[in-house]
Design a protein around this ligand. Structure first.
Ligand code: LRH
Ligand code: MN
Ligand code: MN
Length: 431
């Protein structure tokens, strides 16, 4: 395995922290045992958790208004993979990468696949991009891509998605996520129903190009860049389209793509109930599509989403396997640190949801005993499972404290030397 951080350094880091961790773990284990829960079972479960990294997340994404490039930013997809490997080496929770095309289009897909394998990584869903014009493209997406009035722009957008499938196939990916910013900025700008009809028409052509073992995920977003009417604005539209397209089409929930205070866990429950929950883009937000780090604003919401996932998993067993991906943008932190922290916050919510006593919760719900039902969730949410997360990482070969270990290793400083700054490294202005 091509480790980017010296394994001796990780071992040394862990050795220093192991004693304290053992003590914390024993205390937490004792507390959970009094609740009838076996910490070892939970730790083993935590070790199975995985969330994919967004290739676009390892560069400084910035905001809509500016980006402040950081030192040692990856300059190409190969360097992005190297950074993803660091995140996975230290967290052991991010073995897959979700690529965005054409931002991270490899010139040699099989070489990239080999590099990923050497780094202990593989490729999750690929993402198409028809939300901005690319250099040299024949038809603009200014007035829409998959929904454009002009057939030529629509066909170009469909062809790009089919190219993404082909490229993804060569990389060993098993699905495509489609997010379009198409919509209108003025009432009257476009026929609302007509736009969705054209979207479906385009998506049917993309759907036809899916290999048998592939899925396509429809990602909805309330607004931006279309500020009056976004064609795929909500989970209802996404669900209707996925249903119309067929069994290989599912819905993707990006946590940031809803109005503030939307009950996202209920959306998750609905999509799971009707077999259309494809996956997630995890991030956090306060106002809109802020792309803040997971768990940084509303960790209780994240926990409640995982509580619904735990319910669905219990009902449906191994067949229930939504894809987990991060989708965030960094302006003021080192992206590697932020992504490590987010992966562990999503893993935390997963572990906390496993602490919910589902039998007890169901009994309280059955007898309409409201307060104990709410307390059953709060008890799990309030439990500090940090020692379980750290133990899971250590046992899987990761770092007890990934950010501290990463800083000790001086990876960014070394990258700053190896990767001299280049203006405008690839990334998006609309994430
Ligand atoms: C759109 C979005 C979508 C894109 C990514 C870069 O806001 O969430 O997932 O592909 O950002
Ligand atoms: Mn997203
Ligand atoms: Mn987004």
């Amino acid at each position: 395995m091509d480790y980017k951080i010296d394994t001796g350094l990780v071992a040394e880091h862990n050795a220093k922290l192991q004693g304290d961790l053992d003590a914390d773990y024993a205390a937490l284990g004792g507390m959970l045992a009094r609740r009838g829960q076996d910490i070892e079972q939970i730790t083993t479960l935590a070790q199975t958790f995985a969330v994919a990294l967004p290739s676009w997340g390892v560069g400084t994404g910035g905001t809509r208004f500016a980006r402040f490039p950081g030192l040692g930013e990856p300059r190409n997809v190969q360097e992005k993979l190297d950074d993803c490997a660091v995140i996975n080496q230290l967290t052991r929770a991010t073995p897959a990468v979700s690529l965005h095309f054409p931002w991270d289009k490899p010139s040699d897909p099989s070489a990239l696949r080999a590099q990923a394998a050497a780094l202990g990584l593989h490729f999750d869903l690929v993402n198409s991009n028809t939300f901005q014009d690319q250099a040299g493209q024949a038809h603009t997406y200014k007035f829409g891509s998959l929904t454009a009035n002009g057939a030529a722009a629509r066909e170009q957008a469909v062809a790009h998605n089919i190219d993404c499938i082909e490229l993804g196939r060569a990389l060993g990916s098993k699905g495509l996520t489609v997010w379009v910013g198409d919509g209108a900025n003025f009432p009257g700008q476009s026929n609302l129903r007509g736009a969705l009809e054209r979207y479906l028409d385009s998506m049917k052509s993309i759907y036809k190009a899916l290999p048998d073992d592939w899925q396509v995920f429809i990602e909805h977003k309330l607004f931006e860049p279309a500020f009056y009417a976004t064609t795929i604005a909500d989970w209802g539209t996404s669900f209707a389209c996925a249903t119309e397209l067929g069994p290989k089409a599912k819905c993707l929930v990006d946590l940031g793509h809803h109005a503030p205070n939307t009950n996202i866990e209920m959306i998750v429950a609905r999509l799971a109930q009707f077999g259309k929950l494809g996956g997630f883009h995890f991030n956090d937000s306060k106002y809109g599509d802020d792309d803040l780090d997971s768990g940084s604003i509303n960790p209780f919401q994240l926990f409640l989403v995982f509580n619904e996932l735990a319910d669905a998993a219990q009902r449906e067993g191994a067949a229930f396997k939504p894809s987990y991906m991060l989708d965030q943008s960094h302006n003021v932190t080192d992206p590697i640190e932020s992504l490590m922290s987010s992966a562990s916050e999503v893993q935390r919510a997963f572990v906390q949801s496993a602490l919910v006593n589902r039998l007890e919760l169901a009994a309280h719900q059955e007898s309409n005993d409201v307060l104990p039902a709410a307390q059953a969730l709060k008890r799990a949410f309030r439990t500090d499972v940090s020692a379980i997360l750290a133990m899971a990482r250590a046992r899987s070969g990761g770092a007890i404290d990934p950010v501290a270990c990463y800083r000790t290793a001086g990876y960014r400083a070394k990258a700053a030397v190896a990767r001299p700054a280049k203006a405008g490294a690839s990334g998006s202005g609309i994430v």
